[in-house]
Design a protein around this ligand. Structure first.
Ligand code: BGC
Length: 811
């Protein structure tokens, strides 16, 4: 069952009922100001940091769902309705929500009145704009009232939802004819305030929630709207809100629009005040003046569309499959941008107060984003590297506002260092910008410890190399990629964090997964050394990698698949002797991607075992059999009921590793089969089972052991976005940036006769046609570049600005 449809031409997903299984959201903003917006107008805004600079309030896990947002109430006689249906839920004659790239349009119609809300965050400014257009489609004059409403957050979202003894007394606002200024804490240490404005004077306002909503009412039944209108309240303490009232009259066929905005303004210390106690509004007025009319809104919208058009043009495919094209050309790349911006901080599943930017998460996110805006990926790599410790290990997370490592969670996640090599390697392959390796970057955010980025990568490699356990495999530390495999934790008390309890290190517990990573990204490190003229160091790395490969094929091989780990007692995890957790997915993906056992057959055997033991109709589960009881020595993984999350859920992030691994072995049919099982546009028809947005990936789909098999959770902020894009763009469609140029190496279903693709790469444009006359899955028989045959399949780097015609004949 579907709840809408893809409009590919407009690059929108159009939701046709407000009753989606869960709120289906969009992200507005791609620089510093962000808004999460649901299909009914729910959501919130923040400036840069969802925890520390939250502009509007949102109550997670609320009942009913999704109450807070950017609401407009229309009062037509006795009937009150919202164009987005929520929160009053008056039935509409027509409803639609168009989620587009950086904007959303919600439209509702009732009793001949059509109301449209166009939401966007314009480029270059810190504000949300909402154009509200209302039309009278009937044949009589209509008079009605319109009330926009939102609730402010007192900035620090954590404090806002917990420190009530203080914050019930701190709220402050100022009001002018068309604007409401939220200035809580501005009197003391804050240099910023928020402003909600309209581009015409309001007929009324309220800034106290109690006055507008009523102490015992909900946003579904605001006292002022259902009663006599706004009261002109000025909030002192309690809950400051922004509500306005407009009394409108429309002739038959007439329309009118009001432009609303929510802005974030910073003032330098010496310019904070206009008069004692009165905020300096100059910057706010300048911002409001910039968006004063429809023309300004339209041109900001055109600029946003042009921006996205340009960004997405870096990789565009035209194939025989519409869902494939819409994933690759639009939604997967869009999600990559969002995960790059947000890491795991703010979604409808991530509260924005928990996790900041993840070290490993951000490294992986940028691998799917680097082709979109390489310069931002460069900046991010340097930020991430600055949170590395001098010994090569790393803070696991950092706060985006301060860019400082997060001491609460600390370090000890032993896969983190290698992800930095993966990220830097992706950047170098995309850009050829070797100057990044010379950048001087602090360790532990301490400038006195700064060294070149090359030195950071060296220490990443050496950290893994020098932290090996009894079998010669890398020590796992607190956990590796699988945050829930906490082999040194031994937590027996409820309420303890699996992530930070227990020792961060143990001398015994080892990870086969990190070993696979060491081989894969160690090779990247060796290649970087070679290109940087460090031949001796490259050879040295090669030796360590070869030794690790041997170790994996020995201590890491179980007979038919790769083992997962050794626990703190030296017992195998993910091996045939295990009653539960006999086979895990991660090491199969990572070790085969690394090419381990490719020649000797273990790689193919490992993937056959995945298909036999872990595959389901909705995707590949993380392990089997699921853990049915809590294992002290394994930690969080066994805390989940069978089939959920890391305990045998379909963890979408690792499915594309299998796509890449299958492609590594030339299995085009299987690579595509794995790809399509979790790709949202391919499973749009089962939206009632899948439940999350059909245009983006979710972190997890309940596995076959779960009652709700097939139900997804944690949409949007997941490494699945980046890895799925790598899987489809590089492994399947086969366009791979290398250190020396663009390699074309498709691995596709035998039934596909070909496709065309346009790729921007290092400033040049490659127009690529792939033909598959013999119906093969893999292999390039012939390649013509600008009409001339090319030896091999790597096109040497071309001049920026040039267009290169590439014809690839598979066979
Ligand atoms: C985390 C990742 C982790 C994954 C698997 C995600 O929620 O953000 O860092 O690799 O779970 O545990």
């Amino acid at each position: 069952m579907k709840y809408g449809y893809f409009d590919d031409k407009a690059r929108e997903y159009v939701i046709t009922t407000p009753r989606t299984p869960l709120p289906w959201i969009n992200y507005l903003g791609c620089e510093n100001f962000f808004t999460l917006l649901s299909s009914t107008g729910g959501g919130y805004s923040f400036y840069r940091d969802a925890r520390l600079r939250r502009l509007t309030r949102y109550r997670y896990n609320n009942c009913p769902l999704d109450q807070e947002g950017f609401r407009i109430y229309i009062k037509d006689g006795d009937i009150v309705w919202n164009p987005g249906w929520q929160p009053v839920q008056t039935e509409l004659d027509r409803y639609s929500c168009r989620h587009g790239l950086g904007y959303t349009v919600i439209e509702g119609e009732r009793g001949g009145i059509t109301a449209r809300q166009e939401f966007m965050v314009p480029r270059g400014d810190n504000c949300l704009l909402i154009r509200f257009t209302v039309s009278n489609g009937g044949d009589a004059t209509r008079s009605f009232k319109v009330f926009p409403y939102l609730e402010f957050c007192l900035w620090d979202a954590m404090d806002d939802s917990s420190n009530f003894q203080r914050n019930y007394s701190t709220g402050e606002v100022e009001v002018t004819a068309s604007a409401i200024y939220h200035k809580t804490e501005y009197r003391e240490r804050r240099d910023h305030y928020a402003v909600f404005w309209s581009n015409r004077p309001a007929d009324g306002f309220d800034t106290s929630r109690e006055a507008f909503i009523g102490a015992y009412n909900s946003p579904a039944h605001p006292k002022a709207v259902f009663g006599d209108g706004c009261t002109g309240s000025v909030a002192h303490g309690w809950q400051p809100v922004a509500a306005q009232q407009f009394d409108l009259e429309l002739q038959p066929g007439e329309s009118c629009s009001i432009l609303f905005g929510l802005g974030y303004i910073e003032n330098p210390e010496e310019e904070k005040w206009e008069a004692p106690g009165i905020v300096n509004k100059v910057r706010a007025e300048t911002l409001m003046a910039r968006y004063a009319d429809d023309d300004a809104f339209d041109s900001a919208m055109s600029a946003l569309r042009a921006y996205w058009e340009e960004l997405l043009s870096g990789y565009q495919v035209s194939s025989e499959s519409a869902p494939l094209d819409r994933m690759v050309n639009i939604w997967n790349q869009y999600q990559c941008m969002v995960t790059f911006n947000m890491s795991r901080s703010a979604s409808y599943f991530e509260s924005g107060i928990g996790r900041g930017m993840g070290f490993r998460d951000s490294c992986q996110d940028l691998m799917g984003f680097v082709h979109i805006i390489p310069a931002r990926a460069r900046e991010r790599i340097l930020d991430i590297a600055a949170t590395q410790f001098p010994d090569g290990s790393a803070y696991h997370q950092y706060q985006p506002l301060t860019k400082k490592g997060n001491a609460d969670i600390g370090s000890g996640f032993n896969d983190d260092p290698l992800w930095l090599i993966a990220a830097a390697d992706a950047y170098l392959r995309e850009t050829g910008d070797w100057s990044i390796l010379d950048e001087i970057v602090p360790f532990d955010n301490d400038p006195s410890l700064a060294q070149s980025l090359l030195e950071h990568l060296r220490r990443s490699f050496n950290y893994t190399r020098t932290h090996l356990g009894p079998h010669g495999l890398p020590l796992i530390g607190r956990a590796d990629w699988n945050d829930c495999l906490n082999l040194n934790c031994f937590s027996a008390h409820s309420g303890e964090s699996f992530q930070v309890s227990g020792p961060s290190e143990g001398p015994v517990a080892e990870s086969v997964f990190i070993a696979g990573m060491f081989v894969k990204y160690g090779r990247s490190w060796a290649d970087i050394c070679r290109h940087a003229g460090l031949e001796q160091e490259a050879e040295d790395a090669d030796k360590a990698i070869a030794a690790m490969e041997t170790t994996v094929l020995d201590a890491g091989w179980d007979g038919a698949w790769f083992r997962r780990a050794y626990d703190a007692f030296g017992q195998v995890i993910g091996g045939k002797e295990c009653e539960e957790g006999r086979i895990f997915l991660e090491p199969q993906g990572m070790c085969v991607m690394a090419g381990i056992g490719k020649e000797s057959g273990q790689a193919a055997q490992s993937l056959a075992s995945v298909q036999e033991h872990l595959d389901t109709k909705y995707g590949i589960v993380l392990l089997q059999p699921a853990y049915t009881r809590y294992h002290l020595e394994l930690g969080e993984i066994s805390s989940y009921p069978p089939g959920y999350k890391e305990n045998a859920g379909i963890f979408c992030h690792i499915n594309p590793w299998i796509v890449c691994a299958e492609a590594e072995l030339g299995h085009g049919d299987r690579a595509f089969e794995v790809y399509r099982k979790t790709a949202p546009a391919f499973i749009e028809d089962i939206s009632e089972i899948h439940r999350t947005e059909p245009y983006v990936y979710s972190q997890m789909i309940a596995g076959k052991d779960a009652v709700s098999f097939g139900e997804a959770k944690n949409s949007w902020l997941t490494g699945t976005a980046a890895w799925s894009f790598l899987g489809v763009s590089q492994a399947i469609l086969g366009v791979k940036p290398t250190l020396d140029g663009l390699q074309i190496d498709p691995c596709i279903p035998a039934s596909v006769s070909g496709f065309t693709l346009s790729r921007r790469y290092r400033g040049a444009r490659y127009e690529i046609t792939v033909e598959n006359p013999d119906g093969v899955q893999h292999g390039v028989k012939e390649m013509l570049v600008d009409g001339c045959p090319l030896a091999g399949n790597v096109i040497p780097v071309r001049d920026a600005g040039s267009t290169v015609q590439v014809r690839v004949i598979m066979g």
